[in-house]
Each structure stands twice: as C-alpha cells, then as structure tokens.
Design a protein around this ligand. Sequence first.
Ligand code: F6R
Length: 587
Amino acid sequence: MCGIVGCFAQKGCYEKLYSALTRLEYRGYDSAGIATLSEGGAFSVRKKRGGVAAIAGAPLIGCAGIGHTRWATHGVPSDVNAHPHLCGKFALVHNGVVENDAALRAELSAQGERFLSQTDSELIVHLIARAYAGDFFAAVSAACARIEGSYAVAVLCADHPDTIVCARRGCPLVAGAGGGALYVCSDIPALCGSAAYICPAEEGEFVVIRAGEIGFFRADGTPVPGKVFARVRGAARPRAVVAKTRMEAEIAEVPAALAGTLASLQEADLSACRAPFRAARRVLSVGCGTAYHATLAFCGLLASQGVPALCRPASEAADLAAGEGELLVAVSQSGETADTLAAARAARARGAFLLAVTNVEQSSLAALADAALFLRAGPEVAVAATKSYNCQLLCLYFVAARLLASRGAPQVWEQSLAALPALARRAFGSFSAVEQLAAAWQGARGMYFLGRGQDAVTAREGALKVKEIAYIFAEGLPAGELKHGPLALVEKGFPVALVCTARALVRKCAAAAAEVAARGGQVALFSQYAEALAIPAAFHIRLPAAPEPLMPALAAIPLQHLACRLALLRGHDPDRPRNLAKSVTVE
Ligand code: F6R
C-alpha cells in the first residue's frame, strides 16, 4: 500500500531517496515525504499531500534519510498525515496497519502524549520515543513488540546520525547496496538502477544501517546468520515504444514480456513438483484481482481435461481447506499480496505443496513456497495489471501442460506456447478498431463484458480493467447468464463486449448478440473466427489465432487497450487510479 525507503550515503542521500520514491510511487501517491538527519543530529523534513513531485525542491542536508509514498488507510491524505512522523529525537516512515491503533492511542493519550496526525503510524514513533533510554535498536524493538498488525518501518534517531533502524512483520522490506549508498526499501524495483546487490529481510527481522555497514538482527538484537546479498536482476527494460503512460508502455511490452517468460521457463524449475503433479488429489489455486482471473483460466483448463481443479479469490480460500496430498498454486505479480500470502501460509501449514507463480523473485510468496515459477515480465509499475496477466497465463499454461503430461495426457497446444510472443504482437493490429470503439463508448455509464467458457474469464478481466481505471461500471458475465437477469439493463446504445474464441460456441455467442441487439444494445465482437465476426454487431475486433486453450492470453490484449483508451478519453490517469494501490499488503 505505502512505500518506504531509507538511505545512507556520504554524497547525494536526498537525491537517492527522491529518485527511489519516484519508483515507489505506484505503491501510493496521495502524499509523500522525506526526512534527513544532519551529522549534528538535526532533522530536515519535507512532506506534502500529492505525488512525489509535490516534495521536489532543494536537497535536504544529511547522510541518513528516510522517505515515504502514502496510500491512505488511517486519516485522509493531507500534509499532516503524510510521513515521516516525528516525536522527540525520532522520525519514522511506516507501511502497514496498526490493528490495535485505538487501544494504543487511548493508552498513550492517557499518559499525556499528543498526536498531530490521524494516522496509526504516528503511534509507533511515540512508542519508540517513550521506550528510548539511549539504546536506539532496543527502543524500536520494544515498540514493534507492542504492535498488533503489520509493519515495515524505517526510523532515524537524532542521537545516532549514521544509523537507520528498520523492521518488518507482514510487509515487505529489502536491503540494498551499491553506488556508494546503503538502502532499505519496500520493493526491489525501486532500487533497480541504484543498488547493485540486494537481500530481503525475512518476517520479524530487523535491518540496521550503521556507520556504512548493513546488518540483519532478531528482535533481541542477536545477528541473523547466513544472510547473502544477491546481484539485482530485472532492471527495467528499455521501452520499445514511446508511450505517454506506464500502462500503455506495459501493454506495448506484452510480447517482449512473454518472450522473457518463455526463455526462462525450465522443466527443472518444476522438478520439485513431480510428485504433486502426478499424484495430487486436487489442484487448488488462489490469487486476487487479475491474478485470480489467471487462476480461473488455469483451473478451467485443468478441469476440462478431467483434473479435479478449484480456484478461489485468496480472501475467500478458507473453504478450499487445501491440505496434505494437494497442490496449491498461488499466483501473484508482486508476491506480497496479504490475502494471497495468508491463503498460501494456511495451506502450507496444513501440509499442501505450495507452488508460487510470481514476478518478484525475492518476494515473500517465493520465499514461502516449495517451488516457484517466475514471470520474468520485467517490473510492472502501472497500478492496473497488464503484461503480468499475459505472463501469468503463460506460466500457468506451462504448469498445466507439464501436470497433464505427468498424468499421461500430453497436450498438443504445448508446442504453440513458443508462438505466443509473436501472436501477442499481432494482437496490436486490432488497436485502431479498439480506439474507434473507445471513442464510441467513452460516455457510457455502464457496460457488460460477455463470454462463454474460458471467454467468461477474459470478460471478467476486461470488466475489471474498465472499472479500475476508466471508472465506468462494468460487469463480466458468462454470456449464457444474460437472459437470467442482466438483460434487464440492456437498452438502446448499452455497450456489450462479447468475446468468442471457441469455435464450438459461435452459435451460442450469436444468440447472446441477438438478445442484446433486439433491445437496442451495441455489441462489439472480439474473435479470431470469420464465422463469429460475421455475427451482426456494431464493432468487430479481430484477434490473432492460436490454439483455443491459449486464447485468453491474447484476447486480453485489446481489452487492456480498450480500458486504457477509455481512461484517457475520460481524462483519467490510467497509471494512478483512485482508491487503489499496486501492492495490497493488508488483508
Ligand atoms: C488489477 C490489479 C489487481 C491485482 C491484485 C493482485 O488490475 O492490478 O487486481 O491483480 O491486487 O495483485 P498481485 O498480483 O500483486 O497479487
């Protein structure tokens, strides 16, 4: 939700913090702030409502500093609620949620503490200040022990101008080194280009930067042995096209991202999965939002081949009760989504085999899993997931193919996975027709996305994107459900996107299109088949042809572009949708 960064550098500490914040902005952009500490122990603070650009200005003095990009949970976005928060000799930035906020606030207020902000985070810096008796680390550790909920914090102390103490529980934190600086940060991509080496902090660990050195500790102050810094991978690829927004750039990167995924997919990565692939009683899968849609496609594919497969949004996975003798495939671009991690932890604790599919190698999900497949899609920064979805599908097709092969059911379509990058590029051929469609639908107050079978999954993903960034009410539905209620809303001009990528279902799609047209609704048909594109409709969007099981990875592309165009035409910044953050690290 929020992004935190800490930096110690003899030269350019402020600039390095500011630059990391610009790369962390996708984790929150309703306010930002930086505090630095001079050698003499004086704080300089600049914090404001708005994006990181709001705090641009002359460098703040000091070799140690902390920074924050906020996505408000407790307290409205405002200058006062922006981090860092200060109390006595301390300044703090926090990502997470203090669940015992009310009890702590009442306790501290009764002891005479006065708070400036409405945030739960400010409580932590007060707890630290009250616990301080000269030992900086001990004060942070004591304060953390009082917090129920989740946190990643970075703290400065005026008595120790060369030190930053950081801690994590339930929120990501990674340490980095390079270019004459030491870092701690919420996310690896924000350190790409700055840190050459990184090492993630594990749950409950503390990271201390002191006098040019970096170390990992337990809460009692004992060092954590065996921490190894690895070279940073996954620096941002140069953009292939000139794009005005990150979302447009990331859609343009889909073919390259798919090629990156393909090049890295190795049978060896799944060697630990051989036994569960062969013998798991059930294949279960969880994810959130777009990642959940990828699990729907995955389980649909397995179920169509007779494998017992079930998926759930990770926040609703309790009834799956994944356990011993079962395989849980957890899908998450960031690898840090709290709901997905909670479902994965619960399944693992009950004895399920956990396979993670994620874009971030050092993520909490990858660390938790028995085996992991990495998307290698390159950093995804726009809040709306695009290229990660296509790459999640590719990884899951690979998993499905290997799993089915190990059960004696090899799939011919596996050979066609290699063609997906080139086919994705051909999907860009539909963009001018999509732009005409967006121009026609930009004033809509609501729209449906319909499909049958796996196209119902694509329809849901298309609707999610439109809601998320264009702020138009959109619902993704199985086309057959239309006549069981939703048709009531269809009237003259009502927009309906109909996805039809299964030849066997063309006639059923034609029936749905006719039902819409009979009420004056406006159909846009997305298909690779001439016979489907012959169905009377106001718009026809041609998809490239691939084996049908692989079509969701291609059919999503024009829908991603449609949502992005609708957002831009309606004057919204698709990279910064309201009320959303890229990485949702609270349940
Ligand atoms: C939608 C979107 C979200 C994420 C969801 C899960 O465009 O971006 O729905 O897909 O929050 O995030 P990850 O994949 O990081 O677990």
